[in-house]
Every structure is written in C-alpha cells, then in structure tokens.
Write a protein that binds this ligand. Structure first.
Ligand SMILES: [Fe+2]
Length: 146
C-alpha cells in the first residue's frame, strides 16, 4: 500500500505502520512465549481477503487522489479488523490476570487505534477528493465522515 500511495503523508503513514507491525510481531512472539504456545504459520483468511480487496483497488483506473481514497478505505477495514481482534484478547488477558500479556496486547491495540485515526485525518484533509468522488457519482457520502 505504501508503494501505491500518492499523497506523501499517506505513504509515510503506511511505511511507519509497516515498521510498527514488525515491533508488534515481536510483542506477539513474547505473548506466545509467555503462554508457552507455538504459533506456527497460521494464516488469517479474513485478513487475506481484506488485503486482496486492497490490491484490487490498486488496479483500478482512477486518479491518484481517488486511488489514495480507496487505499485509505482498504486500510480502514484492515485496522478495524485488527482493533476488533486485539480488543478481544486485551479483555481476555485482563480477565485472566495476565498482566504482562495485557500490557503487550494493549500497546498493539493502541498503535492500531492511532493508525486508524491517523489515516482518517489524512482523508479529511484531502478536500479535493470530495469533488472527484462526486464526479464519479460514487454513492459513498464523504460528509458522513465529518
Ligand atoms: Fe494495523
């Protein structure tokens, strides 16, 4: 997504989240170690589907601004999915009294929430996107986000 983003701030946001994701993997490895669980290489089919959806947008014939808007929408879906999953396990870790695991997972959850808010802020600053969405007679109402 970072490679395909046209807006420099959006590109930077995607790149920084990629770095954050590497740190999140280390935190998850620690969580699995604390639980004495081998996580293997299990794939998340839902996440694969969301990523595929984002790839489809990249192939669309659209202006750079509209493509960025599509990338933000795809990223929002991914972040919401992550926030849902991490929110659940943070709650479980707290209820089960796993303080260190709760801390690690809460850090990841907060990073995901921050990223979700950041991409929305970039979206809102792109005033020109509105006209282009309306020109394409898109049924999505940008004003719903404000
Ligand atoms: Fe994320």
């Amino acid at each position: 997504m970072a490679k395909e983003a046209n807006n420099p701030k959006l590109k930077e946001a995607f790149e920084s989240h990629l770095e954050e994701t590497k740190g999140q993997k280390e935190k998850l490895d620690r969580v699995f170690a604390l639980l004495n669980i081998k996580h293997g290489n299990t794939k998340c089919l839902a996440m694969e589907g969301l990523i595929e959806e984002g790839k489809d947008l990249i192939d669309e014939n659209a202006t750079p601004e509209v493509k960025d808007a599509g990338l933000i929408a795809a990223a929002q879906k991914i972040e919401h999915y992550e926030i849902s999953g991490y929110g659940t396990v943070v709650h479980y870790a707290e209820k089960l009294g796993h303080k260190e695991i709760h801390q690690l997972l809460s850090e990841i959850l907060n990073e995901e929430k921050r990223k979700q808010t950041q991409s929305l802020m970039i979206w809102r600053k792109k005033q020109s996107i509105r006209k282009q969405w309306h020109n394409r007679q898109c049924s999505f109402k940008v004003n719903d986000l404000e």
